[in-house]
Write a protein that binds this ligand. Structure first.
Ligand code: HEC
Ligand code: HEC
Ligand code: HEC
Ligand code: HEC
Ligand code: HEC
Length: 374
């Protein structure tokens, strides 16, 4: 062997040793996002279970289901298909988001920043949440880390007092004044906030209430269960009274006139930006024959069409304009003269819901029924 052979062998050994040192040590494997979420769940089983059957765990699955339906059915208008086909990151902003307190709201978890709760200090706080990019980890949707993580800490409610319990692994809870304030929900649920000024109030609470206090389920002792009511509530999750828009739809029949009125006395914010609620109102006589029928609908077509119009180009955006359910607006009032004489009978209300007002009504699912005898 020549000297340079020894040099080459020496070099090979040296590189092998160096690269060995650079490998991650076996002691602390880096957990994937999915593994981290499962790990949180292994200790916090109730919170995990209620998250899993609620809207946030399924945010990505439902987005995928929707994209599939749009591309493979005629329920949606053609121009909308084009946008979906390009699969823009814009949908993922809220349906598969980065940790909000590591991105747009970074710094807002700190008490000392209460004073600086303005857009001048947090220029990004009103922007859409940041979409995640690792598609192998989309399955967890809006997960524990999206809402709770702040670096390697876990944010929790301001009244949390550590028990001093020793924990292995990655749970270092930090009490945060901002954590249960509306600002963390508003990052994705923007429709409730109309301008920057409002955020200063609504970002904290609206009508002296937090989003949680209405939208989370509470147990008999008044403790939040970590379940959020949503459009696909399982049968055993019964919403409290007045947490359904159909609860406040009032229908009366007097002297052959059917009076329909819908007033928002239950929610401090307007109706969903994209969704639609449809009430089928039917009048039956004593012989159970249908003598009259009409519909009333809620949506925000009047506001949201302008965002969709560029997509639809010269075509008008599909859908029928509905009442916006704004707490500031006059109530919806309609009356109808019924030609066929009815003395006794019943009025049947069937409440249906769909996630996009511009989709055909075939998409609507029945979620509510009520009968009123007269
Ligand atoms: C600003 C945040 C945000 C963005 C961006 C966003 N969504 Fe959503 N999406 C929501 C919220 C919040 C809901 C549920 C509440 C509601 O209806 O207002 C929802 C509900 C839905 C639903 C109903 C799912 C179900 O449970 O049946 C579908 C489908 C959907 N979005 C599709 C999309 C698509 C497609 C895009 C992109 C074109 C998109 N979203 C962009 C926040 C967002
Ligand atoms: C959409 C945001 C969001 C997601 C996703 C989320 N949490 Fe929470 N979590 C909250 C909020 C808000 C509270 C405070 C609720 C309250 O004050 O009643 C909370 C409270 C908690 C608590 C303390 C109270 C309790 O219910 O025991 C635990 C533990 C918890 N979350 C764990 C988890 C775990 C584990 C996951 C993932 C499986 C998760 N969270 C996902 C927002 C979220
Ligand atoms: C090894 C078990 C374990 C793991 C893993 C774990 N936690 Fe915890 N967590 C606990 C315990 C125990 C407490 C109570 C700590 C105390 O009382 O001081 C706690 C406290 C919390 C709290 C505050 C509870 C309250 O009442 O306000 C939240 C929120 C939380 N964990 C979320 C998470 C999230 C999110 C993850 C995953 C990133 C996680 N935990 C992982 C055991 C765990
Ligand atoms: C990172 C984004 C994000 C954050 C933060 C977030 N959500 Fe959501 N939320 C969503 C998305 C996306 C959906 C729609 C899920 C679906 O149906 O596919 C949703 C659905 C819901 C629904 C059900 C709506 C419906 O029509 O079915 C409620 C209620 C809700 N969220 C409440 C909250 C509250 C309260 C908070 C704050 C504690 C919060 N969310 C924080 C993204 C978010
Ligand atoms: C006083 C109770 C109350 C408070 C506080 C409240 N909401 Fe609502 N919210 C409602 C009611 C009632 C509905 C209508 C439910 C339905 O669709 O039938 C609703 C609907 C929604 C929906 C579902 C979309 C829809 O229109 O069906 C979302 C998402 C939502 N609210 C988010 C929020 C967020 C985020 C906050 C905090 C900024 C908040 N809400 C504060 C009562 C409240």
């Amino acid at each position: 062997m020549k000297t340079y052979h020894y040099v080459i062998i020496g070099l090979v050994i040296f590189i092998a040793l160096v690269s060995q040192c650079a490998l991650p040590t076996a002691k602390e494997p880096v957990l994937s996002r999915l593994e981290q979420v499962e790990k949180c769940g292994s200790c916090h089983q109730d919170a995990y279970h209620n998250w899993k059957i609620g809207p946030h765990a399924q945010a990505y699955a439902k987005l995928e289901e929707h994209v599939d339906l749009v591309l493979n059915s005629d329920i949606f208008p053609e121009p909308y298909k084009g946008m979906i086909a390009q699969n823009p990151a814009v949908c993922k902003s809220c349906h598969v988001s980065e940790n909000i307190f590591d991105t747009r709201l970074k710094g807002l978890e700190k008490e000392e920043n209460m004073e600086k709760f303005t857009q001048a200090h947090y220029p990004e706080m009103m922007e859409f949440a940041v979409p995640r990019t690792d598609s192998t980890m989309f399955v967890t949707g809006i997960d524990c880390l999206t809402c709770h993580a702040s670096g390697d800490k876990v944010l929790t409610t301001e009244d949390f007092k550590p028990s001093g319990q020793k924990m292995e692994g990655q749970c270092q809870p930090v009490a945060s004044t901002f954590f249960t304030k509306n600002i963390s929900c508003v990052s994705c649920h923007k429709f409730v906030v109309n301008d920057q000024e409002e955020l200063a109030h609504q970002g904290m609470e609206i009508a002296q209430k937090t989003c949680n206090s209405c939208h989370q389920e509470y147990d008999s002792e008044g403790k939040g269960t970590h379940y959020y009511y949503w459009r696909h509530d399982p049968e055993d999750k019964v919403r409290p009274k007045n947490m359904r828009v159909f609860d406040v739809l009032d229908v009366q029949l007097k002297n052959q006139v059917l009076a329909v009125s819908w007033e928002n006395t239950i929610s401090p914010h307007s109706y969903s930006e994209c969704g639609e609620s449809i009430a089928d109102i039917e009048v039956f006589n004593e012989a159970e024959e249908l003598v009259f029928s009409t519909q009333a609908r809620l949506n925000r077509k009047i506001y949201h069409d302008k965002d969709l119009q560029p997509l639809f180009k010269d075509e008008p955006v599909s859908g029928i304009e509905g009442y916006t359910f704004s707490p500031k607006q006059e109530p919806y009032e309609q009356s109808y003269k019924i030609e066929k004489r009815v003395k006794k009978g019943k009025i049947k209300i069937t409440g249906k819901q769909k996630a996009q007002y511009w989709a055909k009504d075939d998409l609507a699912e029945v979620i509510y029924t009520r009968e009123i005898s007269f």
